[in-house]
Design a protein around this ligand. Structure first.
Ligand SMILES: C[S@@+](CC[C@H](N)C(=O)[O-])C[C@H]1O[C@@H](n2cnc3c(N)ncnc32)[C@H](O)[C@@H]1O
Length: 211
């Protein structure tokens, strides 16, 4: 599936990225076969990108907003050191049920806690600081998630925001989701509290740190 990069380039990049382990490949297959919106799954390129981000940053405490069937949580968990943990949340019980099944089977699953409920409630209930926050749910609320987690970043903490190019529709935003994402992109680049980079990975990923 192609989002913003030319389809052939995307396929080439996927073919030159370390393939997912068998459990993640099975999760992706089940998601495609049984879920109504399987394109929500991050997949090979972004999954490996998130894993390497955790590895390179040395993150120990990760927050994920939007579990879906667990692909990105399991990708990140693979790079967490012993004692590291991921809190991930979702409002859809059917998504969480699939995620729980794969997390239970993964050698990294004990590092992941799923919270069923609205993300803003989960963020408020969790204590402490986050080394990495992956925002990947509920686009109209992106700005609220950004503001809720920014003050909670650790000293070298990062926020990764998914789908920030929204299949290119941010260029001429018309629908609610495109308008919300484009507004957040404009706001982040003008925000003197942060340093950000807009990446063209998959559907667009913005990486942010505090100044
Ligand atoms: C794009 S998917 C996440 C994909 C996942 N990160 C992955 O890589 O497979 C977005 C998820 O956010 C969930 N969601 C939607 N609104 C939410 C909210 N208010 N709080 C928490 N999760 C929400 C949806 O049920 C959906 O499973």
């Amino acid at each position: 599936m192609s989002f913003v990069v030319d389809e052939k380039i995307e396929a080439y990049a996927a073919a030159h990225t370390t393939p997912p382990d068998p459990l993640l490949a099975e999760l992706a297959d089940e998601t495609r076969a049984t879920m109504s919106s399987p394109q929500m799954l991050t997949g090979t390129i972004e999954g490996r990108f998130l894993e390497l981000l955790v590895f390179a940053s040395g993150a120990r405490r990760v927050l994920e907003i939007g579990t879906f069937t667990g692909y990105s949580a399991l990708s990140m968990a693979a790079a967490l050191p012993d004692g590291g943990r991921i809190d991930t949340c979702d409002i859809e019980p059917a998504h969480v049920e699939v995620a729980r099944g794969y997390i239970a089977r993964s050698p990294h699953g004990s590092k992941i806690t799923i919270h069923l409920g609205p993300a803003l409630d989960t963020i408020a209930q969790l204590d402490g600081e986050f080394d990495l926050v992956f925002i990947d749910a509920d686009k109209p609320n992106y700005a609220n998630y950004f503001e809720a987690v920014l003050p909670r970043l650790s000293e070298r903490g990062l926020i990764a925001i998914d789908n920030t190019l929204w299949s290119g529709r941010v260029l001429e935003p018309e629908d609610d989701h495109s308008v919300a994402i484009a507004a957040l992109n404009d706001r982040i680049v003008a925000d003197e509290r942060v340093v950000a980079v807009q990446l063209t990975i998959r559907d667009g990923v913005t990486l942010v740190r505090r100044r």
